[in-house]
Write a protein that binds this ligand. Structure first.
Ligand code: ADP
Length: 218
């Protein structure tokens, strides 16, 4: 049976959850209070709905109770996040995951019964710090709050694959800017270029995508 999820809040975090769940074959109802956000997901999510999820009647009419797992990815609006979580508990949703903005928010969410509280910015900072120290990442340059350039070393898992085999632009939204091989620097390498062990890839992308890539591929 197909897994069914609801994602509330289609910002960068919620949006990437929707995309990944869909990529992995799940059914997703994507909800946001803003029409333009919902429009963006109309052709991606199984269902995309404009709704204010702090309204219990709205949640009931959407049949949210029948989904196995609801993810609350409402960002800065802590009040909406808390109210939504409370309403979801009230209507009896089995599993609720909520994104917390800070420790205080997290505490409240746990008190009202959120099953899982995630802290993506904090966790990602820790993750990136670890990645900087890891063997695969040679260098790292923060371009903005959420984009970076990284130098990663090619291990045996990806050596002898071509760039097109890895398909990282389509799958992860990451671009390989250059390959360093010994003293050679190949700028904008061709898609059929075969990677060699110990090549250094210079990649650019969103931190979330780079982390996803590292987790899955390296
Ligand atoms: P991120 O940091 O992940 O980019 P944002 O704050 O940009 O987070 O995204 C949160 C989303 O949640 C926004 O698109 C916002 O419109 C949506 N949102 C806020 N309040 C509600 C609500 N009451 N019901 C539904 N969606 C909401």
């Amino acid at each position: 049976m197909k897994k069914e999820f609801v994602v509330i809040g289609l910002g960068r975090f919620g949006g990437s959850i929707v995309k990944e769940l869909i990529d992995q074959g799940a059914d997703v109802m994507a909800i946001d209070i803003l029409t333009e956000r919902v429009d963006e997901f109309a052709s991606i999510a199984t269902q995309a709905v404009v709704a204010d999820t702090t309204d219990e009647a709205v949640l009931k009419s959407l049949g949210i109770r029948n989904f196995e797992h609801v993810i609350v990815a409402i960002g800065d609006n802590i009040q909406s996040s808390i109210l939504t979580t409370l309403m979801l508990k009230e209507i009896g949703v089995k599993k609720i995951t909520v994104k917390a903005q800070n420790d205080y928010h997290e505490k409240v969410l746990r008190k009202i019964g959120a099953d899982q509280v995630v802290h993506p910015e904090r966790d990602m900072g820790i993750r990136i710090a670890n990645n900087i120290l890891s063997n695969n990442v040679l260098d790292y340059l923060e371009l903005s709050d959420d984009h970076s350039i990284m130098e990663i070393i090619v291990n045996e898992k990806i050596s002898s694959k071509s760039i097109i085999d890895l398909d990282i632009r389509a799958r992860y939204g990451i671009n390989i800017v250059a390959i360093k091989r010994g003293n050679n620097l190949m700028i904008s390498p061709a898609a059929d270029e075969k990677l060699q062990l110990n090549d250094v890839l210079i990649i650019i992308g969103a931190d979330v995508d780079i982390i996803r890539f590292e987790k899955k591929v390296l």
